[in-house]
Write a protein that binds this ligand. Structure first.
Ligand code: HEC
Length: 207
């Protein structure tokens, strides 16, 4: 094969783009998704490279086994919803994990106004928040999938009709005391219907 044809062949398969793209972020992680630079030097882009590396394994893990009281379609489908984050970010809540948020069609318009007041998420809204953790030693590992579902009016007055759910990285439904472990913190965002939103610099604007 002559050189021009080879380049054309590579370009059409997309390999050319991959080979010439800046690889800087990926140079900071190894083949097991672990960080090879100090944790304190990690940027959002490095976090994204870790996320890309862990990504397939995360959904596979979350979808393993019976979801029991958690609607299995939320877990199977959330990656097809609208991403409300541009990059995973570490806001220092949810156990110092990096977070990446998706919202279903019913909730997307209201959620992605990122409004601080007069928010009323429609019944049937579901927000899914993936998490992963990068330790001080650079070791990366998936964290739980956190879910909130807006239930019918009056279904759960104590939580403003939000149902909280979480799936462990291995797919097991987690059973925290949601009033203490979830609602006590989320009710502080009462003006925005308990929505806390991603960090401002990683919010994906609505279309
Ligand atoms: C210490 C406070 C705190 C606790 C406890 C907490 N959250 Fe959150 N949660 C937040 C904050 C802050 C955000 C926005 C963070 C971000 O994306 O950067 C958030 C975001 C979310 C979102 C995306 C919707 C939104 O508010 O923007 C879901 C879903 C979620 N949390 C579920 C849960 C579940 C389920 C639990 C319990 C297992 C829980 N959270 C416990 C603070 C908390």
């Amino acid at each position: 094969m002559n050189r021009t044809i080879l380049i054309a062949a590579i370009a059409t398969t997309g390999l050319f783009a991959a080979a010439t793209m800046p690889q800087a972020a990926n140079d900071h992680i190894d083949g097991d998704c672990n960080l090879t630079i100090p944790r304190d030097d990690m940027t959002n882009r490095d976090a994204h490279a870790v996320y890309t590396c862990l990504s397939k394994g995360m959904t596979k893990g979350y979808n393993t086994g019976d979801k029991r009281w958690i609607p299995a379609d939320f877990v199977a489908d959330y990656r097809e919803w609208t991403a409300a984050s541009t990059l995973p970010a570490d806001p220092g809540v949810h156990g110092e994990r990096f977070l990446f948020t998706y919202v279903n069609d019913i909730g997307a318009d209201e959620y992605m106004k990122y409004a601080d007041e007069d928010v009323a998420m429609p019944v049937g809204s579901v927000i899914a928040k993936e998490s992963f953790f990068v330790g001080e030693n650079g070791k990366a590992k998936p964290g739980p999938l956190f879910l909130m579902q807006k239930a019918d009016k009056g279904a759960s007055p104590r939580t403003n009709d939000w149902y909280y759910m979480a799936v462990a990285p291995n797919g097991t439904p987690m059973a925290p005391n949601v009033f203490k472990a979830c609602n006590e913190c989320h009710e502080a965002y009462a003006d925005s219907d308990y929505m806390a939103y991603p960090e401002e610099d990683v919010r994906r604007p609505a279309k």
